[in-house]
Design a protein around this ligand. Structure first.
Ligand SMILES: Cc1ncc(COP(=O)(O)O)c(C=O)c1O
Length: 381
């Protein structure tokens, strides 16, 4: 492929930090992991933060910590990645899907209001591709239901701020970030972070991610009886390694550069594509500083989307679709939603294409990709 859809940006800075770990005694959930958690917390002013092995693992542990009654309902967006749906089913809870607003990536607040009932345990709001969902309006709706927890899947929005310039994750019960390879920063391919105002939630996750041990092995190291711990919780092994954390710390220092570089490329894309009336761009009213990881365009219909996708592939331009079909239309989730409840998500999903966007691209690359897209529309006319 001449133009890659996505590419992580790891260089000598990260490699230097990885090499330092080689000479250390500790490889998992040790001092470097603690430093990453502290740096992350301080950079965005979060009260508490803990690393996990992935965003999916983090969402699972947040949900598990709620200790909800079996079959409690978890409201999630139909237009979604699999993680929130998966962890809901794994915890023996029931996913309840809500739609998007028409021609928008924002969740539909009326759809949300309709789905809240006495069985609702939590809402997991998935932010999409650098732009924030309407957290303040959602919080307003939830005021009447203090028991319902608001959780954010913040995999796509590291460093984004809302309409009041507040960093994502400061207003909810918990937010979970991903450091996977296509995300704004990566902790060597895999990793996640849970942030919350609730100290108790974070200490519970600290135990759950270390098999359920009352104290991690690193924290017990200095104890006279360092082998002593209790197991009271059904945990798992969702810890981050020291190498992942070392890479995460280095990448976090480059976050502003990564966001700005992508913004420059997006502006270039928009400059070249804005005259094509058949293309629309992602937009949101609830974001001051966006943190966009993919460049998503919205076409007129599925026919145009599929033909353009095929054309770009033939011309060696890496593309994908985030996401089609909506999560609620996948086999595992079909029985939990009615098509008529999620029509906007179904319609939007069919019109999307994700174009190459990463920090190793140049504006010249963007220009060449746009030329291919313009040629496609010329040939169509
Ligand atoms: C919105 C969203 N949430 C969660 C995830 C899962 O992240 P992880 O791979 O860190 O579990 C992804 C992965 O791409 C995602 O797009």
């Amino acid at each position: 492929m001449k133009f890659l859809l996505s590419q992580p940006n790891l260089d000598h800075d990260e490699f230097k930090e990885i090499k330092k770990i080689y000479n250390r005694q500790w490889l998992i959930n040790g001092p470097v992991v603690k430093k990453f958690e502290n740096n992350f917390k301080n950079k965005f002013n979060y009260k508490n933060a803990t690393t996990v092995s992935s965003c999916t693992a983090g969402l699972e542990l947040v949900l598990k910590s709620l200790d909800l009654k079996p079959k409690s309902e978890i409201i999630i967006s139909s237009f979604n990645f699999i993680s929130s749906g998966l962890v809901t089913l794994q915890q023996n809870l029931k996913p309840v899907f809500i739609d998007l607003k028409k021609n928008s990536f924002d969740i539909c607040l009326d759809s949300l209001k309709k789905k809240i009932n006495k069985n609702t345990g939590a809402i997991i709001v998935t932010h999409f591709n650098g732009y924030l969902q309407p957290i303040n309006p959602i919080k307003k709706i939830l005021k009447k239901y203090p028991k319902i927890k608001l959780i954010e899947d913040a995999a796509h929005v590291l460093g984004a701020t809302d309409e009041n310039k507040t960093y994502v994750g400061q207003k909810s019960y918990a937010a979970v970030f991903s450091f996977g390879p296509t995300k704004m920063i990566t902790s060597a391919g895999m990793g996640g972070m849970v942030v919350s105002r609730e100290k108790k939630l974070i200490s519970n996750i600290n135990e759950l991610k270390s098999y359920g041990m009352s104290k991690s092995s690193y924290d017990r190291k200095k104890n006279a009886k360092s082998w002593v711990y209790e197991i009271k919780k059904l945990g798992n092994n969702y810890r981050m390694t020291e190498i992942q954390a070392a890479v995460g710390i280095t990448q976090l220092k480059k976050l502003n550069y990564f966001i700005n570089k992508r913004n420059i490329l997006i502006k270039e894309y928009e400059k070249f594509l804005k005259n094509i009336k058949k293309i629309n761009f992602q937009y949101s009213n609830f974001t001051t500083n966006r943190s966009v990881i993919y460049f998503v365009i919205i076409l007129k219909n599925q026919l145009v989307r599929d033909s353009l996708a095929e054309y770009l592939r033939e011309k060696n331009v890496g593309i994908s679709v985030h996401w089609d079909p909506p999560l609620s239309n996948h086999y595992l989730f079909k029985k939990f939603s009615k098509k008529s409840d999620i029509t906007n998500s179904i319609l939007l999903a069919k019109k999307l294409i994700t174009l190459p966007l990463h920090t190793k691209m140049t504006t010249k690359d963007v220009k060449q990709i746009c030329k291919v897209i313009k040629n496609f529309f010329h040939e169509q006319n």
